[in-house]
Design a protein around this ligand. Sequence first.
Ligand code: NDP
Length: 353
Amino acid sequence: AAAGSASARAVHGSAGRQQGYMSAWVIDQYGTNGVLRHTEEIPIPEINSSSDIMIKVNAASLNPLDVSMRAGYGAKLLKLRRDPFTVMDSESEFPLILGRDVSGVVVDCGRDVTHFTPGDEVSHKPKTLSHVEAASIPYVASTSLSALVNAGGLCRDSCPNKRVLITGGSGGIGTFALQLLKAWGAHVTVTCSQNAEGLVRGLGADEVVDYTAGNVAEQMEEMEKFDVVLDNVGGNTEEWAMDLLKPWSGAKYVTLVTPFLFNTDSMGLLDGTLNAGLTLQSKAAQSFVSNGVFYRWGFYAPDGPFLDTISLLVDAGKILPVVEAQFPFSQVPQAFHKLEQGHARGKTVVKVS
Ligand code: NDP
């Protein structure tokens, strides 16, 4: 029952439960930035299951998915995940609070919750970071873990022998994945624009390729081949980056830019999932036969224990938060606008309180 990018005006009830209303930015329909509406009248959510926790949000970071969701992208599947019982009802998701990536304080817990207690700064927040800095981490950390470990087959112990290429190294995922891989001892090459070179080198990149300076594949021709490519860019990247992997040695191409949500929007949940599955299967077969590499899709997947590990790496100074822009809660539309302009250099965060 996290409150998205909402600030709770909490009124404590008799049983320690929250009562009353909170302020939030909501949408009542999908569309452009104009659909964002500020309200003070969203009922504070309740603990509905014994494993729920409720967080008073202090800061929330934006991800490209939030901008896409504002426009209705992924609506069918994401609605199913939020509330499987109302998926056929086209009105019931509104007013909808966007946002998924928060730092705050636990205000209430279901009776089976043991890992958190009211008053905890979550999730569990690195002690050395402010809420704004901490909010920049959970979504990109969980996605990087899922992509690099579950799909890419990497782990802390195997990384010292591995060469990894990250395309789109200057964005939210890129700046986090780069630091995690360096903390684990991998050799990391990133592609980015020329003006992001200082940033990614400062975060530990061993080699940097400026994709605006000409054909990237040609610029990398002389480089030793890679064990894993993490693709944050999509488009035609796989056409040239697949050849940069070591053939027939278990190398993996992992892309985060997949047609999955687009398919479920345009074809419906069943046909869209089926179609995405067939696309993935055919690309995977083709990559294995022609390049001897594994082709995989990476997805965000929540992972609490991993976030605890990340907190330790942050507190040890091995991973830095990369907050490019910070907006007050009154300027959520400006924060969306910033993200929509592209050219991210790390993360955009909204300070709620
Ligand atoms: P950001 O918008 O934060 O970063 C994208 C970065 O890529 C920017 O720094 C941009 O800077 C750079 N870039 C753009 N074009 C190129 C290019 N051709 N070569 C190299 N760099 C380029 O996005 P995120 O890092 O948060 O996410 C990356 C992608 O992964 C997004 O498409 C996102 O939707 C997807 N994603 C998917 C998830 C999933 O579950 N499947 C989960 C999370 C993210 P510049 O244009 O100045 O070069």
